[in-house]
Design a protein around this ligand. Sequence first.
Ligand code: FAD
Length: 403
Amino acid sequence: MTKFLGLLDIAVVGCGVAGQAAATLLAESGHRVTIYERFTEPQPIGAGLLLQPTGLAVLRKLGLADAAIAGGARVTGLEARTHRGRSVLDLHYADLHPLAHGVGIHRATLFDLLHGRLLQSPAKLVTGTEIVDVDKTHLVEENGARHGPFDLIVAADGAHSALRARLMPQVRAPLYSWGCMWTTVPDLLGIGAAGLLRQRVRGTRLMMGLLPVGRGEVTIYWSLPIRALGRSKTIDLASWRRTATALWPEAAAIIDHAATGDFARATYRHVALARWNAGPVLFIGDAAHGTSPQLGQGANLGLMDAWTLATTLADAPDLLSAFLRFERRRDPAVRYYRHASHLLTPFFQSRLAPLGWLRDAVMGPACHVPGLRVMMGSTLAGTRRGWLSATPLGDNGCFPLDV
Ligand SMILES: Cc1cc2nc3c(=O)[nH]c(=O)nc-3n(C[C@H](O)[C@H](O)[C@H](O)COP(=O)(O)OP(=O)(O)OC[C@H]3O[C@@H](n4cnc5c(N)ncnc54)[C@H](O)[C@@H]3O)c2cc1C
């Protein structure tokens, strides 16, 4: 007779995209789940992001996809140009399937959807609780307060994970030397109507992105070296406005508006774990595989982790087998996106000017070579499982989670 793991006491640390999706799915599978968040009021930080067919498939399982599409903007592709108008990237989901698309969405909208869903689930939410360590099966706060015991602890505490630093001190998770500032402003130019994520680059030092995020708004990304992004550093928005307008004159109205407001700042880490777990603690989301956001996959990978974890626990005989199966299922895609992001980032964010020349000479034409176009399109859509393989989209253009 097949033996199954049964229902577990599970702690999830971190109330972000990955943690909330995991807590909801695990609690609704019958496990006793408590999710811990350091902030008293859990909240999203930053502006908009792009949901891919992979992330949308998980949201569909949570019953949230229609609301995400309605609250965001349908995105049909990615178009990047140099300041001279030369095409660098020209990718469309329709190359994979006529019905395929992404969704640009404000973080607050995505957060509210996931949070509302979490609160409807049997998971218990504990806020204002910063978890700094794990002692065997218990979570530990800075003041020594303990929570537990738990059979399984899911660490979803983000790219700068304190639990990863504590439990896997050998893991190097270096900061990228470039980050970005970003904000969301009214779409004064009707950018959203074209349904494209647009980027404008000049060499490897200047990059701006405009992502429609629905509700008549657009998110602006502006690349900066991390030494300019420290909390104590003032960003000269008048000077930024001049540089950005020179890079992208057609976006002047949006730039002017953004220059009167506030930007959030983001730094990223390259996180590569040799194993996904340390004892009963399983790392998911950015805590396990933070990348630069160049390929727009982090939140989607975190949603896929959550789905895979819930389904893997359902048919594993014990926790160790569950971890091994989870790792086998998630490793190919995660490895590919970690490597590809790492490889690509200096072509867009670095001081290495020759990489910019190479990018401008090669990437635009590569988008029109049939095999490469599909490979680059599937990379954008989040469907790759490695350099040589990708999961085909289903008949409806959606990512097939159950194959
Ligand atoms: C500029 C930028 C653009 C991006 N664009 C995209 C995009 O287009 N598409 C995409 O898919 N991804 C994108 N990403 C990546 C995406 O934002 C992340 O991959 C995603 O938010 C990670 O989710 P997470 O749940 O793993 O971590 P987080 O969202 O970081 O959540 C971690 C949670 O844990 C909590 N926490 C942290 N430490 C503790 C602790 N010790 N105790 C308790 N709680 C704790 C935090 O408060 C937070 O609530 C982008 C990222 C950046 C920076």
